[in-house]
Design a protein around this ligand. Structure first.
Ligand SMILES: O=C(CO)[C@H](O)[C@H](O)COP(=O)(O)O
Length: 213
């Protein structure tokens, strides 16, 4: 298996703080995720700024698109996004729109399985439609209620679909190696890095743990 990628979730609303945090953790992560609240607040200009500052990093824009897939995603790919997310609950037509926009830009579409009731069916159908990545995702509100992404990760990994698997939802130092072993190709980390006393140090620890598996 290719080396798992580490994705840093940039979840601040503040433009300058987001860029500053990206600078701190850059040596240790592969993908910068512009989180949903952050992209809603700052828009496409933040994509352009991060693209210009970090030409060698992958950029994921967490649009969580729910409708008008191609129309919504196109300007973000055009601004330099490598990956945009679309909600599996939006339905196949919207997912296909984002996949089409991704393909038109030589980029990738990620299907977020958050709150999808039949995750295996959604993952199968969207993989068949050409999605490159499916995201197992326990959102922040569900985490607060005690949920974790681990069971869903095992279920989806077992399907052996021709997609990369991303996992998000409270991943931290004590769980990151288990998710790598369970088959995650992209490990998303937010609070465990940005909430640490030293985000750079926390990102470095995560990198070491992932690379040691
Ligand atoms: O997409 C998100 C919320 O919808 C977060 O960015 C994602 O869950 C990662 O953050 P954390 O590691 O704090 O859960």
């Amino acid at each position: 298996m290719a080396r798992p990628l580490i994705q840093m979730a940039l979840d601040s609303l503040d433009f300058d703080q987001t860029v500053a945090l990206a600078e701190q953790v850059a040596p240790h992560v592969d993908i910068f995720e512009i989180g949903t609240p952050c992209i809603k607040h700052n828009g496409v200009n933040l994509v352009k700024a991060l693209r210009a500052k970090f030409p060698d990093k992958l950029l994921l824009v967490d649009l969580k698109t729910m409708d008008a897939g191609e129309y919504e995603a196109t300007p973000f790919y055009a601004a330099g996004a490598d990956i945009c997310t679309v909600l599996g609950v939006s339905g196949l037509a919207t997912c296909k729109g984002v996949i089409k926009a991704a393909n038109a830009h030589g980029a990738e579409a990620q299907i977020d399985l958050i709150n999808v009731s039949d995750k295996a069916a959604c993952a199968r159908a969207t993989a068949e439609a050409g999605a490159q990545i499916v995201g197992i995702h326990t959102g922040l509100d569900a985490q607060a209620a005690g949920d974790t992404p681990f069971g869903d990760l095992n279920d989806i990994a077992r399907l052996g679909l021709p997609v990369r698997i991303s996992v998000a939802g409270g991943i931290k130092q004590s769980t990151v190696q288990d998710v790598v072993r369970a088959g995650a190709n992209i490990i998303v980390v937010g609070a465990a890095i940005y909430g640490a006393p030293s985000p750079a140090e926390a990102a470095r620890e995560i990198r070491e743990l992932v690379d040691a598996v």
